[in-house]
Ligand binder design. Structure first.
Ligand code: ADP
Ligand code: MG
Length: 323
């Protein structure tokens, strides 16, 4: 079955959700109209995913829809923003009804899970690509920024690092694993990252700076350091790496996945020492799971990875010569 642009919009994307109270106009006019509540800031973020570059060819449309939204949500999580609205620009080679049904069902599932409303978009034909713009609300001063880390802050990461990259390596067959259960677990970690929305909102009152780990801890923490004009000492022994990776892969593989590869979409954040108590309460109440991996220093000190009190020299190509 072939549909034109307008049929695609009305059959798969329009009127699939109830409007929220701030939404004056959604899909169907020349633009959406949104009322921003008093004392809030609008957080806006856009991501494009292109076939072959950001996702593998022949990806299941369900997985594509989930991941595209999850990746966008993660950017709001890193700001401490509450997700509200989203637009979808989709370019696809043909109007395949089965593909669109599967894509849109999964798309609205994750939207509903995070109380996000689709308010507009664009539909075109061409090579498969998805652009999402996401809109969330933050409370002014309590927004988390990359540039707000202070000397002496403790550095934390949520969850565990490296499992998504392990899953991608398995999909790309650059690494191998016999155990099917663990194989499937790691693939899921790659395809279905969990955006740390509630953690980001909880950190509004606790953290100084935050970023989501999309490119790898070293690269993303590097953005915090650059924007905050600081350095950092990171203890390699404290990086949260799952037992599954340690038990099933070589050390140079899992260290590279955990430090240099991205797509875990965990949060890396810094807190001043006076907020340790508050953070521990959030940990105790199971609002956040996180590990302290080091502390912020002066910019002159640089960015150091330390293992057993010795500095480790790291390059993009690996750690095996140094450990
Ligand atoms: P225009 O020609 O003014 O750009 P379109 O015909 O592209 O308008 O879109 C008509 C309406 O449908 C607009 O409200 C637009 O935001 C919405 N829309 C288009 N594509 C999508 C999509 N993939 N998902 C959600 N809304 C869409
Ligand atoms: Mg248009």
């Amino acid at each position: 079955m072939k549909y034109n642009e307008f049929e695609i919009i009305s059959k798969f994307f329009k009127d699939r959700q109830k409007k929220d109270k701030n939404q004056i106009k959604g899909i169907g006019d020349d633009s959406a109209l949104i009322k921003i509540p008093k004392n809030n800031l609008l957080a806006v973020s856009t991501d494009t995913l292109v076939e072959g570059t950001h996702f593998l060819k022949n990806i299941d449309p369900k997985d594509l829809a989930y991941k595209a939204v999850a990746v966008n949500l993660s950017d709001l999580a890193a700001m401490g923003a509450r997700p509200k609205w989203i637009t979808l620009s989709i370019t696809m080679p043909k109007s395949d009804s089965i593909w669109l049904t599967s894509f849109s069902t999964s798309f609205f599932n994750i939207l509903n899970k995070y109380k996000l409303k689709l308010i507009g978009g664009d539909t075109n034909s061409g090579p498969l690509s998805i652009t999402l713009s996401i809109y969330g609300l933050t409370k002014g001063k309590r927004t988390l920024l990359r540039g707000n880390a202070k000397k002496g802050d403790l550095i934390y990461v949520t969850g565990k690092l490296g499992e998504s990259a392990a899953g991608l390596s398995l999909l790309q067959k650059t690494t191998f694993l016999k155990n099917i259960k663990i194989y499937n677990y790691l693939i899921k970690k790659h395809l279905k990252p969990i955006p740390r929305i509630s953690e980001g909102i909880a950190l509004r009152n606790i953290a100084n700076a935050a970023i989501d780990i999309s490119d790898g801890l070293i690269s993303d923490l590097g953005h915090i350091l650059k924007n905050s004009k600081c350095g950092a000492n990171i203890d390699l022994n404290k990086i949260p790496i799952s037992k599954i990776l340690i038990d099933n892969f070589k050390i140079n593989e899992y260290l590279n996945w955990s430090l240099n590869s991205g797509e875990d979409y965990e949060l890396c954040f810094t807190i001043s020492k006076k907020n340790i108590k508050k953070l521990n309460i959030a940990i105790k109440n199971k609002i956040i799971k996180c590990t302290c991996i080091g502390y912020i220093t002066t910019v002159e000190n640089g960015f150091n990875l330390i293992k057993n009190k010795k500095k480790i020299i790291f390059t993009k190509s690996g750690f095996n010569h140094f450990i």
